[in-house]
Ligand binder design. Structure first.
Ligand code: ZN
Length: 132
């Protein structure tokens, strides 16, 4: 008798989601990246509060006219939200449409919270808001 698991009729299995959720190992790795980035931001914040000059050019998603400290605090909040999502088991999904985010993308930008499609739509919406 050979009755191997996983030999179900392929026609009856639903298609896989566009991006499967990250495995626990992948999540653990992404969490490390987030914690590392969080520590980096925290260091910059402390330096800023001590009156030192801090470069924040590399910090994700700066807004025009935003002060370095505001940018760092906002970024820190994003990282904390993502760490909370990991604890809640909701990490790795687009917060706008709920689609799974590809692991390759998460590994590059572990604090990302929207899929490329939604990010593009949001950017376009922001463009429309800009004064001309
Ligand atoms: Zn989305």
């Amino acid at each position: 008798m050979s009755n191997l698991p996983g030999s179900a009729d392929p026609a009856s299995t639903p298609p896989p989601p566009s991006s499967p959720p990250p495995t626990p190992e992948q999540i653990a790795r992404l969490k490390k990246l987030l914690l590392k980035k969080g520590a980096e931001i925290n260091e910059k914040l402390v330096a800023l509060l001590n009156g030192q000059q801090v470069r924040v050019d590399g910090v994700f998603g700066g807004k025009p006219g935003e002060k370095p400290i505001e940018r760092l605090r906002r970024f820190m909040a994003i990282i904390e939200t993502q760490l909370a999502a990991i604890r809640a088991g909701t990490y790795g999904k687009c917060e706008r449409c709920g689609d799974g985010l590809p692991y390759a993308h998460l590994e590059q930008v572990p604090w990302i919270d929207t899929c490329q499609k939604c990010a593009k739509e949001l950017a376009e919406a922001n463009d429309l808001d800009k004064p001309r």
